[in-house]
Design a protein around this ligand. Structure first.
Ligand code: SF4
Length: 341
């Protein structure tokens, strides 16, 4: 798969360092296949091709939105980047270092710089630990702070994410969903964080709380020059927070472009269908009628031949069933995999 060129993201929400000579994160032809075993057998008979050759990069201070339907592999991309799941093939470079081959010990400094915020703030916090201990744990594990200094740093983190320092002695069940996600963000910021992977970080929250958490993430990005990989199925949320957007279908990227470009001028039929379902108060912005995709998403155990989208694509031709479309740069910075676009 061809490499993805990074461009200067256009987003008024935060300033991006376009002078960065190389991306903070570079994902190259990443594959994550999970073996599937037959009942009562220790041998793998097939594989789930969860991520199957994904390439992109993220600049310092940039947010890349990663969208797609449930089960398309986008969460697995995030977990593989952090090596919570080991890749089957491909490379993940962080500040130029290939981290896919590093030992557990060699990974430690990188773990300080790369954090994840999970979708479900209810289950991602240990109910038996005070929230102060939860947020302070990374500082203890990495031997960065203890005693009074630890308490001071945790208190400052609480205040930065909009909580009160004295709340650090409470337990997760004493907080609302939005407050718990703020605790998750404080934990992600505790170390020398440069990249945060948000795995559907606001999907479980009410709309008004979603806006507060998104605004907090954007403020923190501006303040700390953070980079985000923002994984979501909600295109309206992704449009708000992202500089660029990548669209994923059945383990592969099908389109990647600047946010404004992809929302106004989508090239891939799958992106068009996703965007046609996003409600908009201004019909002239997208001005297209709803495209209803027929059929279910095929199984990632046995993905369709040729273009993986051909079983649901309204434009599919005979070539699409046989030949896999090449990932190519259709216009500067706008990447797509489709025979017709
Ligand atoms: Fe549709 Fe063919 Fe393009 Fe795939 S390659 S998106 S099937 S037109």
């Amino acid at each position: 798969m061809a490499d993805v060129e990074t461009t200067s993201p256009a987003n008024n929400a935060s300033q991006v360092n376009t002078k960065a000579p190389s991306p903070l994160l570079k994902v190259e032809a990443l594959k994550t296949h999970f073996p599937v075993r037959k009942e009562f057998s220790s041998r793998s008979t097939s594989f789930v091709y969860a991520v199957d050759g994904v390439s992109f990069s993220i600049q310092k201070g940039e947010t890349l939105g990663l969208v797609g339907e449930s089960g398309c592999g986008k969460s697995t991309v995030g977990k593989t980047i952090l090596r919570l799941v080991e890749p089957t093939a491909g490379r993940v470079r962080f500040e130029g270092t290939d981290i896919t081959a590093l030992s557990r010990r060699e990974m430690r400094p990188f773990r300080q710089m790369m954090q994840i915020i999970f979708q479900d703030p209810y289950s991602s916090l240990n109910p038996r630990m005070s929230v102060g201990n939860i947020v302070g744990q990374p500082l203890i594990i990495h031997k960065i702070a203890s005693g009074q200094e630890l308490e001071h740093r945790v208190g400052a983190l609480f205040e930065r994410v909009g909580l009160r320092a004295e709340q650090m002695r409470s337990y997760p069940h004493e907080f609302s969903g939005g407050q718990r996600q703020r605790i998750g963000i404080a934990r992600a910021l505790a170390l020398n964080t440069k990249l945060i992977i948000g795995d559907e970080p606001v999907s479980a929250l009410d709309v008004s709380i979603q806006a507060q958490v998104i605004n907090l993430l954007m403020d923190l990005q501006e303040e700390r020059d953070l980079s985000y990989l923002f994984i979501s199925h909600d295109l309206a949320v992704v449009e708000h927070i992202s500089h660029r957007v990548a669209v994923m279908y059945l383990g592969k990227l099908v389109e990647l472009a600047d946010k404004r470009e992809i929302y106004i001028n989508p090239l891939h039929p799958y992106t068009e269908a996703l965007l046609s379902a996003v409600p908009t108060p201004d019909p002239t912005v997208r001005g297209k009628k709803r495209i209803l995709l027929e059929g279910d998403v095929p199984s990632p155990i046995n993905p369709p031949s040729g273009c993986r989208f051909h079983t649901r694509c309204p434009l599919a031709e005979s070539q699409c069933r046989i030949e896999e479309p090449v990932w190519r740069e259709a216009t500067p910075g706008h990447w797509v995999a489709c025979h017709l676009r």
